[in-house]
Design a protein around this ligand. Sequence first.
Ligand code: MET
Ligand SMILES: [Zn+2]
Length: 767
Amino acid sequence: MVQSAVLGFPRIGGQRELKKVTEAYWQGKVSVEELLAKGKELRAHNWKLQKDAGIDVIPSNDFSYYDQVLDLSLLFNVIPERYTKFGLAPIDVLFAMGRGLQRKATETSAAVDVTALEMVKWFDSNYHYVRPTLSHSTKFELNTKAGIKPVDEYLEAKNLGIETRPVILGPISYLYLGKADKDSLDLDPISTLDKLLPVYRELLAKLKAAGAKQVQIDEPILVLDLPESVQSKYQGAYNSLVGDDVPEIVLATYFGDVRPNLNVFKGLSVSGLHFDFARVPEQFNEVLTVLSDKQSLSVGIVDGRNIWKTDFAKASAFASKAVEKLGKDRVFVATSSSLLHTPVDLESETKLDPTIKDWFAFATQKVDELVVITKNVNGEDVADKLAANAKSVKSRQESSITTNPKVQERLATINESLATRKAPFSERLPSQQEKYKLPLFPTTTIGSFPQTKDIRVNRNKFVKGQISAKEYEDFINKEIETVIRFQEEIGLDVLVHGEPERNDMVQYFGEQLDGFAFTVNGWVQSYGSRYVRPPIVVGDVSRPKEMTVKESVYAQSLTKNPVKGMLTGPVTCLRWSFPRDDVSQKIQSLQLGLALRDEVNDLEKAGITVIQVDEPAIREGLPLRAGKERSDYLNWAAQSFRVATSGVKNDTQIHSHFCYSDLDPNHIKALDADVVSIEFSKKDDPHYIQEFSNYPNHIGLGLFDIHSPRIPSKEEFIARIEEILKVYPANKFWVNPDCGLKTRGWEETKASLTNMVGAAKHFRTKY
Ligand code: MET
Ligand SMILES: [Zn+2]
């Protein structure tokens, strides 16, 4: 019979239980035992939910307290020495690698001060993983100090009477996604594969001994353009991982097209292969050609990356094609990827318009979808479910909520001149210098200041109607004033209002734009304990009225320094929402560009003439493979940004900001922003810094990690700036943190920024 398989389930809990308990643990408010008990409770809940729904293949080891890639680094002892010398408990080593740790000395323990490892985007998603960071001295071995997570969790489920399939990131992807530590820059992580494989094998053998029949090994890098030298590693590596003493391996890829790497799969000694047909249905025929007679095919058909209901008729027809070719026993109907990227449960959405709600499926609903599709393919009678599904699919197709003729007309007016500044940067620069008279090494921040409890409490009160609009506005104004006064006091040059009125940089805009729907509880993990609640693009997008002018104008009224207007760019608004799947992303992005253009122009009219349009998600949206799709993306992404920002005068200074990933400076040139700020504090490679020195406009290379509570000293800033100045020109140099400060506390924010400004002043005197 065809079986249903889930590749991973959200670990955060339906009420964000994981976030609450981890943050409480970090604050010393709950014990490690309580933390671990909550993890156990969440896992049990998820397994039972899937079991009760009727899922055949339920994943384990998809849980994590921080990040599943980081878990592997701990397990394989890929732990740079700087984290091990303090005698921390394993879970604290894990958190120190994930988020850094700075702890004052006590009578019983020495001071701890260590930065976090680099964290980057997981493929083209908004999930972030912590990069495996290897040195010549790395010694792979099973680090059993905290147990053996995949084995322990497998047994934990088994004790509950639930058989699971452990999920582990495969060795080649693990290394390929890693990097060399700063003491070993000449090390290519992949070159260590032969040393890592025996440890994998040991782990697999332990799983088998515990009773696991099958494991899911993820090799998602197989959807990337892989050099031949990496492709050729697969045969040997997987040959060394199969045998009677290890479980069967189902090799999983997702998020893209494997066809250019198809050779890798031929004759691979694994028992099954999983592909993402929700994303790339076109690869079906070709991947069938690599299956041997015995191998099974896992048909990833229920989308793990979006929230639209699966069309049962289409999905069943697709899976049936596989059954026709392979027979029922060799086919799994599966989620396209882990469901980690979708919110937990649509049932907790109490405020959605019922018509729209009926179009969605969250993780819990997707589990049910899988079961229905599987039953259908197996020939069981699910006629009522199919009929209900067909009805909602049709209701969405025919709904008038999704179309706005005015937006479509305006879209047709976009042309080159609408998307081009009035003069090139070389002419804009002198007029901006004349207008703002900024010193060398101008200092600024990325926008947000600490989102304190007080801010959240007041926002909630306002949302619940417990305080009036006027009271809330007064409160926000007071916050803005505090932030402005603080920045003046420490001598920052270009100020921000601090974004206290924003719950989230995308949601805030989505809520004010037409064409979006929102959830009240649709949280998705972004990194560690940071979750986001992406809005959903349901129809054509437009801006009914001003969105940010009031707060910016108020902030500017308090100071003589320029205050940056602060907007989230079109690509980021799109990427950090759940997009429509019935209209191209290009169209959705250009619609957003037009809406934001109105806002940029209104800000300028109101006297806000330094305007930052953030595009942190531009890199993550880059199609995973080089080629036409990628160049098209870069074109429409840049065009959308320019549509938003080109209506202004030459002396209006447009900033943009990017974070989270290895950004290629060539990819952002076409945005033509006057100043860009980039997350950079974890970048050690001088060649990479060098690449930015050719960037024509001005740049602030982020000088400190805002994901970490750690405070760099003034000397540390000076040393870092000196390092960058070896390859990067002083006259284009802006001084700023990696990103916004909303997740930080005031104390560390004050100290870090004061030290940063101190360092900038040091260089002003020097140059
Ligand atoms: C993830 S990018 C964040 C940019 C935003 N302006 C902030 O400072 O929070
Ligand atoms: Zn950022």
